[in-house]
Design a protein around this ligand. Structure first.
Ligand code: BMA
Length: 327
């Protein structure tokens, strides 16, 4: 039998029904933002963060920029996925190999249970941005592994299981600045350390995704393919606009795109998405998925300042993709 991450049962997922009159496939939580910029004393902003189910409750790794504007990742816990307690100090890492103990900054984490532990990927400052990897068994001790790739790269996102016996991750090669280009690639590894067999997944298209695209949350396995939410960037005369949409990728060869939504699913339109340290940003980094009900909760950063929640149903996203696809 093939290994599967299909059985994701999470009845206590945070949830709010779509309000009457709202026809959107993805809708926002009415009490957004769920995490204000100043939830902890040290923070300037808390956004682009990752959560996972943890012992019947929830845990997460949160991007907190501090008041010196250092970018780092902090641990958090929640009973309901909505009200969070975050450590005021960044995660302290155990370096299994001290030669790789170098990180000028950390941002945009993703977290994923694979086989026997939670893996964490983030954008790591290693003489330029690249993909850092770590793991934890218990959210108490965090181990720092080798950087996956050379700079410059961002948006490293793991798949929740091995495919054809290899770990798989998305990434988005970039430059040392606010990269004005970017396509989604994936790489494979036998051990989470050595990455190769690089494949091109998808690039920019028109409109909301015309400047760059990057993988968002860990992809969700469905019987028809991997459901990937990803961000797309448009360059307006006022700067970048970050929206997000979805695509469906082949289960065995996930660099093959089956469907790709022509329209975005959510674009920055509310106050907390349009106003903040970086205006006009909706940047998803995590989902929680309850397979029996098809409910998906999406965690996303608003305006590089706060964290919000949005909701959708897997069947409705699949219908949207089938009827609005431009690969
Ligand atoms: C990207 C990353 C994200 C950020 C976005 C918008 O390059 O730095 O962390 O949300 O820009 O500023």
């Amino acid at each position: 039998m093939k290994p599967s991450s299909l059985q994701s049962t999470l009845p206590n997922i945070p949830w709010e029904d779509r309000s009457a009159g709202n026809a959107n496939v993805v809708w926002r939580y009415s009490h957004n933002p769920i995490i204000p910029r100043d939830l902890i004393p040290s923070s300037n902003s808390i956004f682009n963060s990752a959560v996972v189910p943890f012992n019947g409750t929830f845990a997460g790794v949160f991007r907190c920029d501090d008041k010196q504007r250092n970018m780092n990742v902090h641990r958090g816990f929640s009973q309901d996925g909505i009200n969070w307690k975050l450590d005021d100090n960044p995660i302290e890492w155990i370096y299994d190999n001290s030669d790789c103990a170098y990180s000028q900054y950390k941002y945009d984490p993703r977290v994923c249970w694979i086989e026997d532990r939670y893996y964490i990927m983030w954008c790591n400052g290693f003489h330029g941005p690249t993909i850092g990897i770590g793991y934890t068994f218990d959210f108490e001790q965090f181990h720092f592994l080798e950087n996956a790739l050379l700079p410059f790269n961002r948006n490293g996102v793991p798949f929740p299981r091995k495919i054809n016996d290899k770990y798989v991750m998305f990434s988005r090669p970039s430059d040392n600045g606010h990269t004005p280009f970017g396509d989604i690639y994936l790489s494979m590894s036998p051990d989470m350390v050595h990455w190769g067999e690089h494949r091109y997944v998808m690039g920019t298209k028109g409109g909301w995704q015309s400047t760059k695209v990057g993988a968002g949350p860990v992809p969700i396995e469905t019987p028809e393919g991997w459901l990937l939410f990803y961000h797309g960037v448009l360059t307006s005369c006022n700067g970048f606009v970050y929206s997000f949409g979805a695509a469906l990728l082949d289960l065995d060869k996930p660099w093959k795109v089956i469907y790709r939504g022509a329209s975005y699913l959510l674009s920055p339109q509310t106050y907390y998405e349009c106003v903040g340290d970086v205006p006009n940003v909706a940047f998803p980094c995590a989902t929680l998925y309850d397979q029996p009900t098809g409910r998906i909760a999406i965690y996303y950063g608003g305006a590089d300042t706060v964290t919000g929640l949005a909701f959708c149903k897997v069947d409705e996203v699949m219908e949207f993709l089938k009827h609005n696809s431009e690969v």
